[in-house]
Design a protein around this ligand. Sequence first.
Ligand code: 1CP
Length: 330
Amino acid sequence: ETPIWFLRQAGRHIPEYFKIRKKEANFIKFCLNEELIIESTQLPLKYYDLDAAIIFSDILMIPWAMNRNVQFTKNHGPSMKPMIPGETKILKNICIVSKLEPLKNSITYLRNSLPKSTGLIGFAGAPWTLACYMIEGKGSKDFINTRKALWSSHKWFMELIETLIIYIADILEMQAKAGADILMIFDSWSHMIPNSFFNKCAIRPTARIVDILRSRNISLPVIGFPFKAGASIEKYSFESKVDCVALDWSVDLNWAIMNLNKDIAIQGNLDPASLIPSQSIYLRKSVNNILDIMKDKRFIFNVGHGLTPDCKIDNVKEVIKIVKKYNGKI
Ligand code: 1CP
């Protein structure tokens, strides 16, 4: 059976989310409020027959806990105090786990209240992606300052990556111990890494995080998401030590089953934009095509990136229906 859930299934596209969101204007405080985390995590399960819930939080809660003055301003996205490449203070030894206690408590509550058959996914951003936001101080189309720092302050940059590896492992360990069933590492900006540094900035840091988790007796499956990393996904699948690789919508699944590590599962990769138009003759075809290619493989049906705010609830329902029906057929 092919399980199904959607990246960014909780926030944004369900009108009821905005009602919950209104209860706390400050997004950081929202992500630290147990009641609101629980309500937002459960919300998509009220609308859809999903096989997993993803805990409501944000990858930027780690930089927030590292005192980077993270702020979310309406219509402007996240911002924070940019790190100066080479600055000596490299933010070690902060107890970020204790600052994210509400995340831990919400996971424990949810694991005890969700049906046994619903997986609960904990997550974190990957070191490179967090470094991108921390150096740039905000989102960017090319993360030029981050890439510049990689070349000009290389030793410092790798020390930042190393520091982030530990914090990410700590947060994932905390989520595992609190009751998460699966862990996911989002490398949303992995396509910004110069190819010659992909190993050093994406694959090895991810493998180190998995090694640390295993050394702490955490055996949960880990999903890695090297977003838009193209042909580098092949090496990532063999060497990053993840148990499942999530694919973006640009990846040819026939290429993936031929070339990626056959010992790990695949998650993906419907284009989230296919869920926006109210009628697309291609939606059903595309879903069935994915299911046909991935038949008999270890596969989790998902979108290739987050659901957009304008995606239609009926389309999401339609996709779930097709997948469930297909499951019954095989
Ligand atoms: O004002 C608001 O309501 C905030 C909007 C919002 C929401 C709903 C942000 C700000 N984050 C989130 C939640 C979130 N973020 C979840 C929870 C689960 C869900 O929505 O179903 C998850 C898993 C994330 C992860 C996340 N945050 C990623 C990785 C996934 C991806 O999309 O690539 C990234 C890159 C972020 C950063 C972030 N947080 C928020 C925004 C607007 C952004 C992107 C900023 C940019 O353009 O770079």
